[in-house]
Design a protein around this ligand. Sequence first.
Ligand SMILES: [Mg+2]
Length: 202
Amino acid sequence: MTVPPVRAIFWDIGGVLASNGWDRDQRAQVVQRFGLDATDFQERHKLIVSELELGRLTLDAYLDQTVFFRPRPFTRADFVTAMLEQSEPHPETLAYARSLAGRWRMYSLNNEGRTLNDHRIRQLQLHEFLLGFYSSCYLGIMKPNPSIYRLALDLAGVDADEAVMIDDRAQNVEAARSVGMHAVQYQNLPQLQQALEALEVR
Ligand SMILES: [Mg+2]
């Protein structure tokens, strides 16, 4: 039996095409800058963040519970700006991803809250080379639930063995493989290129 060629590529965004969005390091930076109690913030964040990433909670409601549950000497706008500023592009990986567009159908498959996701799509100009955004905040389901990979495959109209997932987290990569997709755990650009070349994506 021959292995079918790869027809679609699914990209994680945070940790692959850009820095992580609102992950531990980014939160620590902003929490310190605004003088918040790190332990209290972390506890509050942990309780509610999945609702944010599933698109069931607005960023304002998230901030009401995690930051503005008491008066603060800074504004909500300043805090949101600092959150969004944490997001840094990975220019070489973005350029490589762009170079594959046209020959492979490409989509995002990522976990993110809506405000940050919308910001990054614009900031990184992802709409120029990704055909769709299978983001947790739009689909209401998150990686590493295997169902989100099946849903993305259905929406893209490809079989699992014709698709490759690129993600920096081992657990998300394992979940992609569990539904039959090819998957690469992203570490750096040369390693990604080599892994994709082995799948005849070059
Ligand atoms: Mg990631």
